[in-house]
Write a protein that binds this ligand. Structure first.
Ligand code: DGT
Ligand code: CA
Length: 569
């Protein structure tokens, strides 16, 4: 059974229910189920066989029945009924920020607009200008939203790219004759988004690799199938190029195809000054091959330090490498704990204990469980009474988990006036307070900035979470003055988060680098809502590395004791 198919159906059902204006909790139930199924590592068919569907968080009897119905009949009747009631194309339109269910319905009924392309055309030809119920400002926002969605389709998130690439690396790694295998391009540089995935290999039998590559399970279309280079498109519409290169040039090819283009150009110019030529086949003096087998060989030959892929953007790294003065970048193994996670106390899928045990297994020495605060009802925000119970649960669990530690935390809402969603006497009880904007994204910049700065000024706020609010492919960053926020964070000893969740990566690389320059400290949080998501920490670390951060810039490299001391205001 295809888990992806079921999760897509549930997601579509959530959206159709939304267009129909159904109960938000019911909509949320479908969304959660879709999310949880996506996160599964086992096939849904196995759950049916073992009669364990109800073990999946968020799957009650009703949804379990629907999954079984699909397994037995290939259909879900309720889905079919909804599709009759709600035109399918409207779902696409609903993915545009600033188009709500009401507008989508209106556009369809009045103008017969069925998809995003149709909507863009209608706007550009002025058809939306005089429609009752749609303001001119909304039309402008929709057009901007269409661009965000289009951009989101052109480039996938680092998380999606890494997942697809890992799948292919696994397949290719098992082919006899493969000697070397690596990703290249923006994925190897761990850019926050990736246009296409590049894979390089060395093999005694290139044909075998090419055949296996184009036949991999994820492949939808084969775009090219050559002796040493092939291109495919995956089921998720991601393009992947795979090249087989000669062994003695693997390092040179890896360097070249990792890029970035600007880094390559800089390196080539530098080589020319030394009387050398560098390309994807090696380093040459006149026609004589000098180096190329490994990247390390090449950097050594050029008399410069090895430049980590994440730094290869020509933003000063070449100059420093020549002086052997590159920073010692943060590594995943330096991370001692996760500072932003959710449990079943709010909208997470796993209990505090389950989250803690997996964190411990990952080698962490602590995890902060930062559930939502009272105002965020849709995400199960905790009342003061709930907090007391949660605190007792954590204290008890901590007894048994020593020396591992669960930090009692919250992701507290910063309301539209900049007020924090709990009173100080509650806030001061927490080990970790992460504060975040979840509402009023469209406020004017100065107002948003003021809200976040005022949160920094709270004695009990330790971290500002996802400071720009950007959600790749669905929401642009809000209009906040990040310079001001960084300065306030630095002045008040408030850390700024690098939210590691692939759709967020917020702060991103450039922001993190700037935050450090302005004296702020960073905290990396996975924002996990389920144990398997703790894994995304690596993408946060990638942003930190791309932002030139070292171990001391990131507070969750400290021991729990040092951390709690350092964050105190
Ligand atoms: P992407 O795919 O847009 O996310 O970014 P990249 O960096 O993966 O770009 P891609 O796939 O077009 O090319 C992979 C690498 O190949 C790129 O990082 C550097 C190298 N490369 C591509 N075109 C050129 C070029 O015209 N000049 C030089 N020097 N290098 C290039
Ligand atoms: Ca690429």
């Amino acid at each position: 059974m295809d888990n992806g198919q079921i999760s897509r159906i549930f997601r579509d059902m959530a959206m159709m229910l939304e267009i129909k204006g159904e109960n938000p909790f019911r909509i949320r139930a479908y969304e959660r189920a879709a999310q949880n199924i996506e996160a599964l590592t086992a096939d849904l068919g196995d759950f049916i066989k073992n009669d364990t569907l109800s073990d999946i968080p968020g799957i009650g009897k009703d949804l379990a029945d629907k999954i079984k119905e699909f397994a037995n009949t290939g259909k879900i009747k309720a889905y079919g009924d909804l599709k009759k009631a709600v035109p399918e194309g409207l779902l696409d339109i609903l993915s545009i920020p600033s188009v709500g269910p009401k507008t989508a319905k209106l556009l369809y009924e009045k103008l017969n607009i069925k998809n995003v392309a149709g909507l863009e055309k209608a706007i550009n030809s002025g058809k939306l200008d005089n429609i009752e119920g749609i303001k001119q400002k909304t039309v402008e926002n929709i057009l901007k939203g269409i661009q965000v969605v289009k951009k989101g389709r052109e480039r996938i998130t680092l998380g999606q790219a890494q997942l697809a690439a890992d799948e292919f690396l696994k397949v290719l790694g098992n082919i006899p004759g493969v000697k070397k295998l690596s990703t290249a391009g923006s994925l190897r540089r761990q850019k926050e988004t990736v246009r296409d995935i590049d894979i390089l290999a060395v093999s005694d039998k290139p044909n075998k690799i090419m055949d296996a590559f184009v036949k991999a399970a994820l492949v939808k279309d084969v775009l090219a199938h050559g002796d040493t280079k092939s291109s495919v498109r995956t089921n998720d519409d991601v393009q992947i190029d795979c090249r087989v290169v000669p062994r003695k040039a693997f390092g040179a090819a890896l360097l070249y195809f990792t890029g970035s283009k600007n880094f390559n150009i800089k390196l080539r110019q530098m080589a020319i000054k030394k009387g050398l030529k560098i390309n994807e086949y090696g380093v040459f003096k006149k026609e004589k091959f000098l180096a190329g087998k490994t990247e390390e060989d090449i950097f050594r030959f050029l008399k410069m330090a090895y430049v980590e892929p994440e730094l290869r953007e020509d933003t000063g790294e070449v100059e420093l490498a020549l002086k052997f003065k590159l920073p010692q970048l943060l590594e995943l193994k330096d991370i001692k704990g996760d500072l932003h996670t959710h449990s079943t106390w709010s909208d997470g899928n796993n209990s505090v204990e389950e989250m803690a045990l997996v964190a411990k297994k990952r080698g962490y020495s602590y995890i902060a469980i930062t559930d939502h605060s009272q105002s965020l009802k849709i995400a199960g925000g905790l009342s003061p009474a709930d907090l007391k119970k949660k605190k007792r649960e954590i204290d008890k669990l901590n007894e048994g988990l020593k020396p591992f530690r669960i930090l009692y935390g919250t992701e507290v809402d910063i309301d539209s006036d900049g007020k924090i969603d709990y009173k100080d006497d509650i806030l001061k009880e927490f080990d970790i307070v992460v504060a975040a904007v979840h509402t009023g994204f469209k406020q004017p910049g100065p107002q948003l900035t003021k809200r976040v700065v005022s949160a920094c000024n709270s004695k009990y706020v330790h971290i500002i979470s996802h400071p720009t609010g950007r959600l790749w492919g669905s929401r642009e960053a809000y209009d906040i003055d990040l310079e001001e926020v960084c300065k306030a964070a630095a002045d008040t000893n408030t850390a700024l988060e690098i939210n590691a969740f692939p759709m967020r990566l917020d702060l991103n690389d450039m922001h993190a680098r700037r935050a450090k320059e302005l004296g702020a400290r960073l905290a990396i949080g996975s924002d996990s809502h389920e144990v398997s998501q703790l894994e995304v920490m690596k993408f946060g670390v990638a942003m930190a590395r791309r932002g030139w951060l070292n171990k001391n810039d990131v507070i969750n490299t400290f021991t729990a004791e040092a951390l709690l001391k350092e964050i105190r205001k």
